[in-house]
Design a protein around this ligand. Structure first.
Ligand SMILES: Nc1ncnc2c1ncn2[C@@H]1O[C@H](COP(=O)(O)OP(=O)(O)OP(=O)(O)O)[C@@H](O)[C@H]1O
Ligand SMILES: [Mg+2]
Length: 345
């Protein structure tokens, strides 16, 4: 099912420059989470800190019973094998064929025979739709193919946690749609926990189970997709809806003058758009971690924007319905169940 990753009070600086502080979140096992944030807020630094390439000043990263920042180099090396990382540009070796690029981690980290290596490489190349391109060099293929080759390479060691740093940057909308489908299909097939950094709002709205937003040196919010898509919190709302009106300015925060000018100009914040249904796997089966559309909204008494979850029946059942979910806010001191409370009006 992949492993749960729990981050507690994580803080990272370079010299006197604080990148982000006191970040706490849990990546649920086997689920897809997306990390958003304006450019330069430290999303790549966060991924690198998770895999232990950068050391935080404070805080914990718990994977099973291990706290990564406290591990010795030797133990960290072992834990790193749990991770598959897709770097922003694919980070392929330009002078090696795709086959050799994808085989590289196996030859480097395992004692497998060339025959075993071949089976694994071909399996992963098939998974990402690259069969037939084994002998190509990275310079001879398109950006979309390079991303998929990077993904195949991230998968060969059967990682339990897969980190993607902007897998969709530089891709056209159609290729992005294919890549997102591939990610959902992979999530259904392989037992791993996914964390994806993206700037693509459509991806963020439809692909993940959970969304996080880094802003202004802290984690503004992290939670189920529906929670953030229905959020009225100004920063979350502005970012997830790609709006100009709001606290985020061209250079991170708007200053007091800019905010005053904005208020005076009477620019209205557009209403929240409908929550789309989640992208399903292409074989028609549910995701491994499928939750019913609207479940979070129902459990938390939140009325989603009109037109949400189009085509599916997510209507509010009778009051008093008892749900079981670890996402629900427990009432009556019960940790596992919650009683639905209908919103007034
Ligand atoms: N090794 C390093 N040494 C010093 N500063 C660094 C280092 N790596 C990153 N930074 C700084 O950390 C900040 C966050 O960088 P990061 O690359 O994580 O941003 P990002 O959120 O991924 O941005 P983008 O969306 O543009 O990719 C930047 O100010 C960057 O200059
Ligand atoms: Mg980055």
């Amino acid at each position: 099912m992949g492993v749960e990753v729990t981050v507690e009070g994580l803080t990272k600086s370079f010299g006197r420059q604080l990148i982000w502080g006191d970040v706490s979140l849990t990546l649920p096992a086997g689920e897809i989470s997306v990390l958003l944030g304006p450019s330069g807020t430290g999303k790549s630094v966060f991924l690198k800190t998770l895999v232990g390439l950068l050391k935080p000043e404070a805080g914990s990263i718990w994977i099973r019973d291990k706290d990564l920042p406290k591990l010795s180099e030797h133990d960290l090396y072992e834990v790193r094998k749990l991770f598959g990382v897709l770097f922003q540009d694919g980070a392929l070796f330009g002078s090696m064929t795709l086959y050799d690029n994808i085989a590289f981690p196996l030859r480097e980290h395992t004692k497998k025979s060339e025959r075993e290596v071949r089976d694994i490489v071909m399996e992963k190349m098939e998974m990402v739709g690259l069969l037939g391109a084994e002998k190509k060099l990275p310079g001879e293929i398109s950006g979309g193919m390079r991303k998929r080759a990077g993904l195949a390479r991230a998968l060969v060691l059967d990682p339990e946690i897969i980190l993607f740093d902007e897998p969709d940057s530089g891709l056209d909308p159609v290729r992005t749609a294919y890549l997102n489908q591939l990610i959902v299909d992979l999530n259904q097939q392989v037992e791993a926990t996914f964390l994806i950094v993206t700037h693509d709002i459509n991806t963020a709205r439809t692909l993940p189970d959970n969304i996080g937003l880094l802003y202004h040196r802290h984690l503004a919010m992290f939670g189920p997709r529906e929670m953030l898509l229905c959020s009225e919190e100004p920063v979350v709302r502005q970012f997830l809806n790609a709006q100009r009106v709001g606290p985020i300015g061209m250079a991170e925060e708007k200053d007091a003058d800019e905010l005053a000018a904005e208020a005076e100009s009477g620019q209205e914040i557009p209403p929240l758009p409908p929550v789309p249904v989640q992208l399903p796997p292409s074989n028609g089966l549910p995701r491994r971690t499928q939750r019913p559309p609207g479940e979070w909204c129902r459990q938390n008494g939140v009325t989603p924007p009109p037109g949400s979850f189009e085509g599916v029946d997510w209507t509010v059942p009778d009051e008093g319905t008892v749900y079981s979910s670890r996402y629900a806010q427990p009432v009556d001191g019960d940790q596992d169940t919650v009683t639905l409370r209908r919103r007034e009006g």
